[in-house]
Design a protein around this ligand. Structure first.
Ligand SMILES: [Zn+2]
Ligand SMILES: [Zn+2]
Length: 349
């Protein structure tokens, strides 16, 4: 079968011929319906070798959904042909974090799967006709959603969902939330916020077309981050108080600097993007009792919740679908900021 693989550090991926995997005991083979192209893959492909404990090559694609193709020995609860979404972070399954469904923070991550994070993150992912899932516990049945639409929700919606849910108690009718960067994750974040809170939603981006998308999917205001008055405008929109919640989907130095200037007292500043920017902190640098945190992906139960939100029609990703042989081109477009919403690779048409 054809697979889009990451072959060499700091080189773009390429299409290669690989064997169709055979599911062993407990494993499930999925016929891939869709695999989202995520900005984090660009970071991974740009980092030098040695930053991640992963062996190359492996097939890219960590946001996956499809149909059950073949069940390994001992797997029950699923039938061939069932449409399923794949929970992407694959932990050990038995540590305290995994038992709670928080496989992103598996306590045995260093020794599970040889240190790989999941399919498309050190192990073979979904940018291929078929993909091997190591355990049926990573599968969520789909009801009305087509797998190619469901695929990006497993990360591009699950990640903001997790970040939003932990701050939901701060999003009162008096509150504001700022979404920095309206890309694949940001445009989902706006919709999740709209569905789950009454707070004022302010979108921030470097590009007007991204702000237009944010407004179309529910943002109350859009502010260009390139505007020299961006901070003042956000302060004005928040009645001088700043935002109770800031979600930074970039995480570079300039976005972190912007976020720290627009926070309200006791606000939550959540950095989701892995831009690896630093923050300068001292007692006076931020308002009192501000919480600064990073989040990574989400939990298994949150994936069930976010898929329910999409099944209900309250979350509708702005998707563009591409065949597998366009994968390299898609990452070039993503790198150039030319993907509005989410690009999804559909290896089986
Ligand atoms: Zn991702
Ligand atoms: Zn674990």
């Amino acid at each position: 079968m054809k697979a889009f693989q990451f072959v060499e550090w700091q080189k773009p991926g390429e299409i290669r011929d690989v064997p169709v995997p055979e599911p062993g005991p407990g494993q499930v083979l999925i016929k891939v319906g869709g695999a989202g192209a995520c900005h984090s893959d660009l970071h991974i492909m740009e980092w030098p070798g040695g930053m991640l404990p992963w062996a190359l090559p492996f097939t890219l694609g960590h946001e996956n959904a499809g149909w059950v193709e073949k069940l390994g020995a001992g797997v029950s609860g699923f039938n061939v042909g069932d449409p399923v979404a794949v929970y992407g972070p694959w932990g050990c399954g038995h540590c305290y974090q995994c038992v709670q469904g928080v496989e992103t923070y598996c306590e045995n991550a260093a020794t599970t799967n040889g240190g790989a994070g999941g399919g498309g993150l050190g192990l073979n992912g979904g940018m291929a006709e078929y993909m091997l899932v190591p355990s049926a516990r990573s599968l969520v049945p789909l009801d009305t959603l087509h797998p190619r639409e469901a695929a990006p929700y497993t990360d591009a919606a699950l990640t903001p969902y997790h970040a939003i849910k932990r701050s939901l108690h701060k999003l009162t009718p008096r509150s504001s939330v700022v979404v920095i960067a309206v890309g694949g994750l940001g445009h989902m974040a706006v919709q999740i916020l709209k569905a789950m809170s009454v707070a004022q939603i302010i979108a921030v981006d470097v590009a007007q077309d991204k702000l237009d998308l944010a407004k179309a999917v529910g943002a109350d205001h859009g502010v260009l981050s390139t505007d020299p008055d961006a901070v003042a405008k956000i302060r004005e929109l928040t009645h001088g108080r700043g935002a109770e919640v800031v979600l930074d989907f970039v995480g570079l130095e300039p976005t972190i600097a912007l976020g720290s200037k627009i926070l309200a007292l006791t606000g939550d500043f959540t950095v989701v993007g892995i831009g690896m920017g630093n923050i300068n902190w001292n007692f006076m640098a931020l308002p009192y009792e501000v919480n600064l945190t990073s989040t990574y992906w989400g939990t298994r139960s949150e994936l069930i919740e976010v898929l329910a939100l999409a099944e209900s029609g309250k979350l509708k990703g702005h998707m563009t679908y591409y065949p597998l042989d366009k994968a390299a081109e898609v990452y070039e477009l993503l790198h150039a900021g030319k993907i509005n919403g989410r690009a999804v690779i559909t290896p089986n048409g």
